[in-house]
Design a protein around this ligand. Structure first.
Ligand SMILES: [Zn+2]
Length: 501
């Protein structure tokens, strides 16, 4: 009893002391915010923060990341995130699906920013204008080498023919911009076409060299130099290994890295998994070696053993006349059927998307496990629910299958390669990207909340139109685009990601 009283007095004494110190009078002020996400496990790879925190959002921005109860908020909405990971919204540097149907699959896979950097667009301005105010998630593109070549060839052929028009009907001329070399005296003009795209806000130069076999080594060198001069990154689908007489998968990597080293251009090599195949360890060693010697080169991969491309493209020129068995590896996207030589020829005439199976899973998993290889989907546009599953499941597949089920990499490394690493890749040309890919005060409220125990991809080669599971809430600039694993209709918070912004 005495003890109690005595203890009681001691306690009162303590409180008095604290008040004297002026602490108890000033209760933490109440901060009015739009949204309070409470009790979630915040993963911020940029700072290596991995802890339960309150995250407050106002006007599309993160205004607080604080210990539970440390600060007092009055929020228009409180979201209980217990058991969820609160991560930065996923940034996809390689997304060809830039329409609403494709964006819906990406949003359900946790993507808040999807960019067309490999092939790019041309001209640039109208592409951006056509999406302003209508986009579900953030969007952006590079200036297309293929498109600029087409424009320069168009006016070139028109000049030559003296007719002033460029007729697509004329097959030979129609393909010239893909297969013919650009005359040296025209290289300057082609470079001006591409730099013009940068002036319109493009995020760099986009090359699909395997699709434009006419582009010489000199042309590439010239255009790398033009990009370097503008400090614009180069996004590159490498030249086909078959184009190098010595052969071997490394030669295309060597060409690109040498151009970056020689011009000072920043280089991002797309889908190193499909470009390197089994030579992935050597290709990555080459990239890391160049990085260690000051070359600004990065790379990415998608977590699947099959690729996808247009069947009428130059990529399939070498498939004509192959043994029948080879065609079995090809799967027609529209129908899901496997091809024969006869159907290959027929579809090549018609044109369309085809999936090529055949890479090994062991190398695939090794590539995904590399923390410095950025995660990027290379998603192709969905059409009536048909596409390659990578456009719907890339990010959930990495977090669910490779992180949780296979233990191939840590959750933090998994989140890092789909958030801050792609953001950093763009910061030289888009300083505003420093506000993305982070869960930090001042960052954009692009957030993906997922259940680390449930997250998994569901899309398959036969059923690509299946949404990922376990991606619970997705916010773009503080606006829900996914809530409780359901798409939110009628919202278009997606903003343009443009150079200089
Ligand atoms: Zn590609």
């Amino acid at each position: 009893m005495v003890t109690f009283i005595g203890r009681r007095w001691t306690q009162l004494g303590m409180v008095a002391m604290v008040c004297l110190a002026g602490a108890c009078g000033s209760a933490p002020r109440v901060e009015v915010v739009d949204l309070l996400i409470t009790g979630g496990r915040v993963l911020d790879p940029a700072s290596d923060l991995d802890a339960v925190r309150d995250v407050a959002v106002s006007d599309g921005e993160i205004v607080a990341v604080s210990e539970l109860g440390e600060r007092r908020f009055e929020a228009a909405e409180v979201l209980d995130a217990a058991g969820r990971v609160v991560a930065p919204g996923f940034i996809d540097l390689h997304a060809h699906g830039q329409d609403l149907e494709s964006s819906r699959f990406q949003a359900r896979d946790g993507v808040t920013t999807a960019l067309e950097l490999e092939i790019g667009v041309y001209p640039v301005d109208p592409w951006y204008a056509s999406r302003e105010g209508r986009a579900l998630i953030n969007f952006g593109a590079s200036v297309s080498h293929q498109g600029a070549r087409r424009a320069s060839f168009g006016s070139l052929v028109a000049t030559r023919n003296g007719e002033g028009t460029f007729s697509l009907g004329d097959a030979a001329q129609a393909d010239a911009y893909l297969y013919d070399p650009v005359p040296d005296e025209e290289l300057g003009r082609l470079a001006r076409f591409m730099v013009g795209g940068l002036d319109e806000g493009a995020l760099g130069f986009g090359f699909g060299i395997s699709y434009t076999p006419g582009a010489s080594h000199e042309e590439l060198w010239h255009l790398f130099a033009a990009a370097a001069e503008r400090r614009a990154p180069v996004f590159m689908h490498l030249r086909s290994a078959a184009a190098f007489t010595a052969g071997g998968a490394l030669a295309p990597f060597q060409e690109a890295v040498a151009n970056a080293a020689g011009t000072g251009a920043s280089l991002h090599i797309v889908h190193m998994n499909s470009s390197a195949g089994a030579a992935a360890p050597e290709a990555l060693a080459l990239i890391r070696g160049a990085q260690a010697r000051g070359v600004d080169v990065t790379t990415e991969a998608y977590p699947y053993t099959a690729s996808a491309s247009r069947i009428e493209s130059a990529l399939f020129d070498s498939w004509v006349g192959r043994p029948e068995a080879d065609y079995e590896r090809l799967q027609w996207v529209e129908t899901g059927e496997r091809l024969t030589e006869a159907t290959f020829r027929a579809y090549r005439e018609q044109g369309g998307w085809v999936i090529t199976h055949g890479r090994d899973e062991e190398t695939n998993e090794w590539i995904v496990s590399q923390p410095d290889v950025i995660a990027a989907s290379d998603g192709i546009p969905f059409a009536d629910g048909r596409a390659h599953p990578r456009g719907a499941g890339t990010f959930a597949r990495i977090l669910g299958h490779y992180v949780r089920e296979r233990g191939a990499l840590s959750l933090m490394d998994g989140v890092r390669k789909m958030t801050v690493l792609p953001a950093r890749r763009l910061e030289t040309i888009v300083p505003a990207m420093a506000s993305k890919g982070r869960v930090q005060v001042g960052a954009d409220a692009d957030l993906t909340l997922f259940d680390p125990e449930q997250v998994i991809d569901r899309a398959t080669y036969d059923e690509p139109d299946r949404y990922s599971e376990g991606i619970v809430h997705v916010l773009v600039s503080g606006t829900f685009v996914v809530r409780d694993e359901r798409l939110v209709d009628g919202v278009t918070p997606g903003q343009a990601i443009r150079a200089g912004s």
